[in-house]
Design a protein around this ligand. Structure first.
Ligand SMILES: [Fe+2]
Length: 259
């Protein structure tokens, strides 16, 4: 098992994106376990607008799941410790695919995050971002909202394969403002948990080796449960997923298996 090592910050990601030497240095660091925080990859004001929009969608339409396959619709769903999930968790998820149009033009807005992910992974920067799946995989934006009192995600390890080394996370809530306790962590070798939310502002993106054990500690335990208030913690995952039925890439592994 690989564990988190040093935390490193990048203040200006634009200096990195066109610099192959920097990219390969970061790739080696991340392979070795370093955690990178790219500051302000997305405008925080835009993120507040996105949160409001998704909250409205979540309040006013029925949640439903759709499998990952070519042409799948954008959707939102609840996952309340669902037994069918590879990793058990409790959150409200909003999913967007590159072949569907959306009001924020998300894949354009988050383009640089995917470019960095692909380049760090050693892939062409546009890989998996087209209107058709590539190599039986596709980019997929996964917004996750963890409601106060109940939101959380078991410690797990994500697959690292030809499609990805790191699964970047966009920070969309501020600890101490939007929620007080719990949040996203990665595990260090000595068992210490490094809480990403303590180190990040809204708009920052975390990059780490996807096999490092990580999860979301219960948000604001002890408060009252209220899914419709959308009080809690938001984040967005720059996911690259295999299509349903692709058996060549392994699945995420739940390291707690509790609910
Ligand atoms: Fe994960």
């Amino acid at each position: 098992m690989k564990y988190a090592k040093n935390v490193k910050f990048v203040d200006d990601y634009r200096q990195i994106i066109d610099n192959p030497e920097e990219i390969s240095r970061i790739r080696e660091d991340i392979k070795a376990g370093d955690v990178y925080i790219f500051k302000r990859l997305v405008d925080p004001e835009k993120i507040i607008k996105i949160r409001e929009y998704l909250g409205g969608v979540g309040r006013n339409s029925l949640p439903n799941y759709h499998a990952i396959k070519a042409g799948a619709p954008n959707f939102h769903r609840l996952n309340i410790w669902d037994d069918r999930a590879y990793v058990k968790g409790c959150f409200h998820q909003f999913v967007f695919f590159p072949w569907n149009q959306d009001v924020f033009n998300f894949f354009q807005l988050f383009r640089d995050g995917y470019y960095l992910k692909n380049l760090i992974n050693g892939l062409p920067r546009d890989k998996f971002l087209g209107a058709e799946p590539e190599d039986d995989c596709t980019a997929r934006l996964s917004f996750q909202f963890y409601p106060k009192a109940v939101g959380g995600l078991n410690k797990h390890s994500d697959p690292v394969d030809h499609h990805q080394l790191t699964v970047p996370l966009l920070i969309m809530s501020k600890k101490g403002v939007d929620f007080t306790s719990g949040g996203m962590y990665v595990e260090a070798e000595n068992g210490e948990l490094i809480f990403g939310d303590d180190l990040c502002d809204i708009g920052d993106v975390l990059f780490f080796n996807a096999v490092i054990p990580h999860g979301v500690m219960r948000i604001d335990e002890g408060k009252s449960e209220d899914w419709l208030s959308f009080e809690g913690r938001w984040m967005m995952i720059f996911a690259t997923n295999k299509l349903a039925g692709n058996a060549s890439i392994s699945d995420a592994v739940d390291l707690e298996n509790k609910s």
